[in-house]
Design a protein around this ligand. Structure first.
Ligand SMILES: [Zn+2]
Length: 495
């Protein structure tokens, strides 16, 4: 069976994006085939008719993700963020927002726009192990696949576009080449890819205005010193779109807070600075809406993809697996083909792939207790519990899924370098990580919704990030009936 990707052929075709390389299509088809025969089916994907709900309470929704904006910042007096706090005072704020597992960037940005758990939307982690190609395939930062190859559920911008609305996204993860984005730049590092998958007219207008998109890769290569200029650049592009295109839906991803937390840990001076810089970027967008005359008709959704933990110890499960005779490396650099297990890190989570299919059951029996007793391993999730505990499929349903999942305790993260020799290695100084089980309290994120259609002073309690997309759809008079979440009606003026 070889089926096309779910969205292909059912959504409007953009003329501006280059065709996908054939090899990648084939790669994706393998697991698309497995998935489509599994849980997902095709319901909700062949969107030929826009789904309208009631009268729209809002004409424009602006979704901003501040990467790594953990819930503990909200009540932290050292974290100022005056613009967003003012938005919250006039709107609604969640106590905490639970994110998706693994609590990593690509997975959770996709949940925010689809409203479904990762097993359904298909962006399973920042990377996955390809059992056939015998290598780690990066999804971050969209170096290989277009959106239609990896996102298998309708997004809010698909639905808005289907209903005739103008759509825009500025470096939104897993949106590369999306045929339903009228105006976009992708979340990629490489300059050639950035320009190839950006809307040509947007780049032409940016050039005329002196918005320096040609600096994208140079600033990416700078690492953390390039993060604030990048957020400023992306905000300039988003402001231009709000002022001149007045999109019905615009999404913006801000990158600096996450990066400073990775480098220094959570709730440190660098992170407070970055959070406040992100707040300034939100103020930029509000000014642009005011200039465009749409501020009163716009709803702002300011949220995030995951929380953060500080750590100084790294768990290396591959050292244990090698000690058990289940893994061999070539010069500590590549995984020998005789290896039977590989443990792939995702920050505070570890995805364990059993590569010896014939003996998988016995190998899992052998390794599960050994990995569970490693210092710093807090939780072990067998594949029978992937659906109920993680919102994921099993490897039998999607071979990109692992066979076992580990999650670390506070203070630890996972490594997957093949050259490590110690099961636990200590870092010099403290760093930050995410990826842990979505139930870990440090992994919860912030969520603020304010503006058109939102009740002032509403308190939302604990919410889930699958609730965000259907709520945005409802505000725009649309529906996302396949969502795993609910409309946050307690925040709406007209529930
Ligand atoms: Zn992130």
């Amino acid at each position: 069976m070889h089926l096309p990707y779910p969205s292909q052929g059912t959504l409007p075709t953009a003329q501006r994006h280059a065709a996908r390389p054939r090899a990648n299509l084939q790669t994706g088809r393998r697991w698309a085939c497995a998935l489509l025969g599994g849980l997902l089916g095709l319901s909700g994907l062949g969107m030929t008719t826009p789904l309208r709900a009631e009268a729209a309470a809002s004409e424009h929704v602006v979704l901003v993700s501040i990467d790594g904006w953990a819930h503990h910042y909200w009540e932290d007096p050292k974290c100022h963020m005056p613009t967003i706090k003012a938005l919250a005072a006039k709107g609604a704020v969640a106590k905490r927002m639970q994110c998706s597992f693994p609590t990593v960037t690509w997975t959770n940005h996709t949940t925010l726009v689809t409203g479904v758990h990762p097993g359904k939307h298909g962006v399973l982690a920042n990377d996955y192990w390809d059992r056939a190609q015998w290598k780690k395939i990066p999804l971050i930062p969209d170096p290989i696949f277009n959106k239609e190859e990896i996102v298998k559920s309708p997004t809010i911008y698909d639905v808005v576009k289907q209903a005739g609305g103008v759509t825009a996204a500025v470096i939104w993860p897993a949106s590369r080449g999306a045929s339903t984005l009228d105006w976009t730049v992708p979340d990629v590092f490489d300059q050639a890819l950035f320009e190839k998958y950006s809307t040509p007219q947007l780049l032409a207008e940016a050039k005329a205005l002196g918005i320096p998109y040609e600096k994208q890769m140079e600033w990416c290569k700078l690492g953390n010193p390039g993060k604030a200029p990048r957020d400023y650049l992306y905000s300039q592009l988003a402001q231009h779109l709000l002022k001149t295109k007045k999109p019905r839906f615009l999404a913006l991803h801000l990158v600096s807070l996450d990066s400073f937390e990775h480098a220094h840990g959570r709730q440190v001076p660098e992170a407070y600075w970055a959070a406040n810089d992100s707040d300034n970027r939100v103020a930029d967008l509000m000014r642009a809406c005011a200039e465009a005359g749409i501020l009163e008709k716009t709803t702002f959704v300011i949220t995030t993809d995951h929380g953060f933990i500080s750590y100084d110890k790294v768990i290396n499960p591959n050292v244990t697996l090698r000690g058990m005779g289940l893994q061999k490396t070539t010069l500590g650099r590549s995984l020998d083909r005789s290896s039977r297990v590989f443990a792939m890190g995702q920050g505070g989570a570890c995805m364990v792939y059993v590569l010896d299919e014939a003996n998988k059951t016995q190998i899992l029996k052998d390794i599960t207790p050994r990995l569970a007793e490693l210092e710093g391993v807090e939780t072990v999730v067998p594949s029978q519990e992937f659906a109920s505990k993680l919102g994921h499929l099993t490897a039998a349903q999607d071979p990109r899924e692992p066979d076992l999942v580990l999650s670390a305790a506070d203070g630890y993260t996972f490594g997957d370098s093949l050259s490590d020799t110690q099961v636990i290695s200590r870092q010099e100084g403290v760093k930050g990580a995410h990826g842990y089980l979505q139930s870990h309290p440090h992994m919860h994120g912030c969520f603020v919704i304010s503006g058109a259609g939102i009740k002032a002073g509403a308190k939302l309690g604990d919410i889930n990030n699958v609730d965000v997309a259907p709520t945005m759809a409802r505000l725009l008079g649309l529906q996302m009936p396949a969502s795993d979440g609910r409309v946050l009606s307690e925040a709406l003026e007209q529930p």
